[in-house]
Design a protein around this ligand. Structure first.
Ligand SMILES: C[S@@+](CC[C@H](N)C(=O)[O-])C[C@H]1O[C@@H](n2cnc3c(N)ncnc32)[C@H](O)[C@@H]1O
Length: 646
């Protein structure tokens, strides 16, 4: 469990320096108990938020090409002003910055704005301050640059939690070599530097600084972020550096971490919030990471691969990442590599999005893995929540086994109600293929064929099925009412042959979020519709569930009803926390044995009431006595899918 601030106070150690007693506190203590926040902080914060918006408006009017450089110059002024505000007596000048923005100039008004943005951070402890200043920088960056490098900084509370998890996994701060491979603005390096200092119990400040310099490392591709990291390391260690009249050496290497895979350097702790997002790899990098790749590469998957390969024996990997690696098909080789090289120790599923990463829709997990020879397939699962005072706390969900098949999805509960569900379904061996079905994605990627989208009926134009044709209530409702959507697609033959179909199938929405009342939203492509138009074209945001032969064991109607049921929705949520309903995850959905479906078939055939059919689906999963709470209790506007198909 996370330490209380009192326990952190107990961590406090004292140092006798030049016969003067100097107290070194952990960062947590600094931020929670001894930092003197001014009374008018709320006002200062409001002013700061308004000024941040002004700065964003200003930068939005700049040309995309120059935005990153201007964002750096602007933030440079804020940092300089922050430095002057907190150190009126500071002996050292600010660390030098790589001045690629030297050529640029800012209007006096903008410089004034940048400088005044330093007031709020200067009233905060340094961890909060680094987060706020880092956020100024990231919010001014061009969207292209920001998302291609996955630049989103970690909030202090989440940083403290993952640091605590590393400690719980056995990290000893006094003798561990530590790397943050994507250190950004120093969210982890600065508090860890203080933690090391506090735990060393060493009275010689020079020895403390040397120890930190020899054992703490950051890698960062963005030179300005690297500079921010160094700034906040200096601020954190100021009380040790000052009496020694020396500054901490640079601990950050500006480099592409992914190109360091073959380096022989090993660490006892690799900690961080690696960048994420799909990435196109050069042949060299793809070859390097071949053993963990399958299909599309994601930046964070490569950082996980890098992490598990650079641990010393008993070393710990502690990362904040999206949850997609737990079950996604693209991560199946990574799952296998991670299990081969390490043991999963603890997973915290983050149950809130607000306050995580601005504008990010991914579900987040904090996880620790430990490299040791003895294999332990059990992992402790926690729910990470925010209480009414916005403080984070964890709830233990229990210990869970990872599957023996190392590539298989890790079916894990994200909450206590889901734990009951997992316990019921973990022994179900049937998958969609056992019911006679496979899943494909709609073949048409519309923006690659813009000129063929049309609203006119003309030769070789066929109905285009978008995801909005699949209504929440399970009805098929052919429409194209979103921006850029059209009702028809003009097929160019022969090359577009593979885009058209006349097969009977179930259509299932490919993008639904966990906040939605339903994750699985499906309908049958009606036979009457195919008869009328002969062929259809199905867009890429639609999954197509189709039979492997002409006489599947389970009818389309029964399968569609089952997929649309509340019970199946609950089970699917235990597999997928992302916004994608992937074909792979659907195919991995645990299903009841075929021979138990007789009653469901009869109920559907006799047009039984919706509640009776729903209740039968619950029975099939043995979920009748499971207490399910939010988000499943959200109002749902579903009638039986089977009875509503036109
Ligand atoms: C999600 S941010 C996290 C930053 C910081 N650790 C934090 O949590 O606040 C990811 C960081 O990784 C950096 N980054 C992206 N690609 C990288 C690469 N290939 N090598 C090193 N750093 C990279 C980005 O510039 C960004 O600062």
């Amino acid at each position: 469990m996370r330490k209380t601030s009192k326990e952190f106070v107990l961590d406090t150690l004292s140092l006798t320096l030049n016969s003067k007693k100097i107290i070194l506190k952990t960062a947590e203590q600094d931020s929670q108990s001894t930092f003197n926040y001014p009374n008018n902080l709320v006002e200062i914060k409001e002013k700061f938020n308004k000024q941040k918006l002004f700065a964003q408006n200003w930068v939005n009017n700049l040309k995309e090409d120059f935005r990153t450089e201007y964002a750096r110059l602007f933030t440079f002024y804020t940092v300089k002003s922050y430095w002057n505000l907190i150190y009126d007596d500071f002996t050292f000048s600010m660390p030098k910055v790589d001045n690629s923005f030297e050529e640029l100039q800012l209007d006096d008004e903008i410089i004034k704005l940048a400088k005044s943005l330093a007031e709020y951070p200067s009233k905060l402890d340094f961890v909060e301050a680094s987060f706020q200043i880092g956020n100024i920088y990231t919010s001014l960056l061009s969207e292209t640059y920001r998302s291609s490098h996955g630049i989103f900084y970690t909030s202090p509370e989440i940083a403290y939690r993952i640091i605590q998890m590393a400690e719980d996994a056995g990290i000893n701060w006094t003798n561990s070599r530590i790397l943050d491979p994507a250190c950004g603005g120093g969210a982890f390096l600065a508090p860890i530097a203080l933690k090391i200092a506090a735990h060393l119990k060493c009275t010689n400040p020079e020895a403390v600084l040397t120890h930190i310099e020899n054992n703490l490392v950051g890698y960062e591709i963005d030179s300005f972020s690297a500079w921010l990291s160094q700034i906040f390391l200096e601020v954190a260690l100021n009380k040790i550096c000052k009496p020694e009249n020396r500054r901490i050496k640079s601990l950050i290497k500006v480099c592409n971490t992914l190109e360091q895979l073959n380096s022989n350097e090993k660490f006892d702790l690799i900690i961080g919030n690696p960048p994420f997002g799909k990435i196109t790899l050069t042949k060299e990098v793809r070859d390097l990471y071949e053993s963990s790749l399958y299909g599309h590469a994601n930046l964070y998957g490569l950082f996980m691969h890098f992490g598990v390969l650079h641990l010393n024996e008993n070393g710990v990997l502690a990362y904040i990442t999206p949850t997609s690696f737990l079950s996604g098909e693209y991560f199946k080789n990574l799952r296998s590599l991670i299990q081969e090289k390490s043991n999963a120790i603890k997973f915290d599923f983050v149950q809130f999005r607000k306050g995580m990463f601005e504008g990010v829709l991914q579900e987040t997990i904090l996880s620790t893995f430990k490299k040791n020879k003895e294999k332990k397939p059990e992992v402790q699962i926690n729910e990470l929540k925010k209480d009414i005072n916005y403080k984070i706390s964890t709830i233990s969900i229990g210990k869970y086994l990872l599957p023996e098949d190392k590539k298989a999805p890790w079916l894990l509960p994200r909450s206590l109600p889901q734990a009951q569900v997992i316990n019921k379904i973990k022994l179900l061996e049937n998958r969609l293929i056992d019911w006679g079905y496979v899943v494909k994605t709609g073949p048409l990627v519309w923006n690659r064929h813009k000129k063929q989208l049309t609203n006119k009926i003309q030769k070789n134009s066929y109905p285009l099925i978008w995801s909005e044709a699949i209504s929440n209530n399970g009805k098929f409702n052919w429409k194209a009412d979103k921006e850029n959507h059209t009702l028809y697609f003009k097929v160019i033959l022969p090359q577009d042959h593979w885009l058209v179909t006349n097969e009977r199938c179930i259509l299932l929405q490919r993008t639904t979020a966990k906040e939605q009342a339903k994750r699985l939203i499906s309908t049958i492509l009606p036979a009457s519709f195919i008869k009328k138009y002969r062929f259809v074209v199905i867009e890429n945001h639609v999954n197509i569930v189709k039979a492997v032969n002409n006489s599947p064991i389970i009818s389309l109607k029964v399968l569609n009803t089952f997929l649309n049921s509340h019970a199946t929705d609950i089970v699917f949520r235990c597999i997928s926390g992302s916004v994608a309903v992937s074909a792979y995850e659907l195919e991995q959905l645990p299903l009841p044995p075929v021979n138990k479906l007789k009653r469901l078939e009869q109920l559907i055939e006799s047009n039984a009431e919706f509640e009776i059919i729903e209740s039968e689906c619950f029975k099939l999963y043995e979920l009748n006595d499971v207490r399910i709470t939010e988000p499943f209790t959200a109002q749902r506007d579903i009638k039986t899918a089977s009875t509503n198909i036109s």
